[in-house]
Design a protein around this ligand. Structure first.
Ligand code: PGA
Length: 254
């Protein structure tokens, strides 16, 4: 059985150590009894220090991006090695905002992914289609192409340590969630590709999160679907009560 995994992606919000601490103190209280769900929060870099309040709790620290070199003349970038000094365990890679606004390519994300795995970070790799691509009936082609590029040359023991987040771009920050059936259909397709590339065991052990307007009122119906193993949550992870409600929706068995 796959353990549910829920991540909070704060994006460029709650950027001061104090703003992080204010939310996290309350959040720790609300979810401290929950051990059957893996939980992480990825604040902005400037709040990673404030997130150290999470140490020795059931909530782990994530980062939203990294570069694939260790050190050197890469102005504005931060390496996996640096993140580890701040107790970061999870790393979100290839988020659609990184792909679309900052022009990250599958090739770059592939390099970052390999470096993250080499450094022992737990990668959460995002894939997902634009609205026009869905409407043109191209969702599966896009997913296949992104997986081929992003996971290129990844060995079985590497993909097994990777979490995949399916995030249809048209559902991110829009309040327009994919229906549980729409999401599950793509998740099943992702597993089909994993099975073809690796094997059935590998495909059934990899966790696939859904992301895109996950809220307390729709989390349960999404998490009930066979192939959905949790969520990557943006807006609703910024407040302790709403994020805790989403985590609680994952504590029940399917
Ligand atoms: P949202 O963001 O929950 O605000 O739609 C999800 C994400 O971008 O990971």
């Amino acid at each position: 059985m796959r353990k549910f995994i829920i991540g909070g992606n704060w994006k460029m919000n709650r950027g001061t150590p104090q703003a992080a601490k204010d939310m996290l103190e309350e959040f720790i209280r609300l979810v401290r009894e929950i051990n059957n769900v893996d939980i992480f929060i990825a604040p902005p870099f400037t709040s990673l220090g404030g997130a150290s309040i999470l140490l020795n709790t059931n909530i782990k620290i994530g980062a939203q991006n990294m570069y694939f070199e260790d050190t050197g003349a890469f102005t504005g970038e931060i390496s996996a090695k640096f993140l580890k000094t701040l107790n970061v365990e999870y790393i979100i890679l290839g988020h659609s905002e990184r792909r679309n606004i900052f022009k990250e390519t599958d090739e770059m994300i592939n390099k970052k992914l390999k470096k993250a795995l080499e450094e022992g970070l737990k990668p959460v790799v995002c894939i997902g289609e634009h609205l026009e691509e869905r409407e043109a009936g191209n969702t599966k082609n896009v997913i296949k192409r992104q997986m081929e590029g992003t996971f290129k040359d990844l060995k079985k023991e590497q993909i097994i340590r990777t979490v995949i987040a399916y995030e249809p771009i048209w559902a991110i920050g829009t309040g327009r969630t994919a229906t549980p059936q729409q999401a599950d259909e793509v998740h099943a397709y992702i597993r089909e590709i994993l099975e073809k590339t690796y094997d059935a065991n590998t495909a059934s052990s990899i966790r696939i999160q859904y992301g895109g307007s996950v809220k307390p009122n729709n989390a349960r119906e999404l998490f009930e679907m066979e192939n959905i193993d949790g969520g990557l949550v943006g807006g609703a992870s910024l407040e302790a009560a709403s994020f805790a409600a989403i985590i609680k929706a994952a504590t029940k068995e399917k």
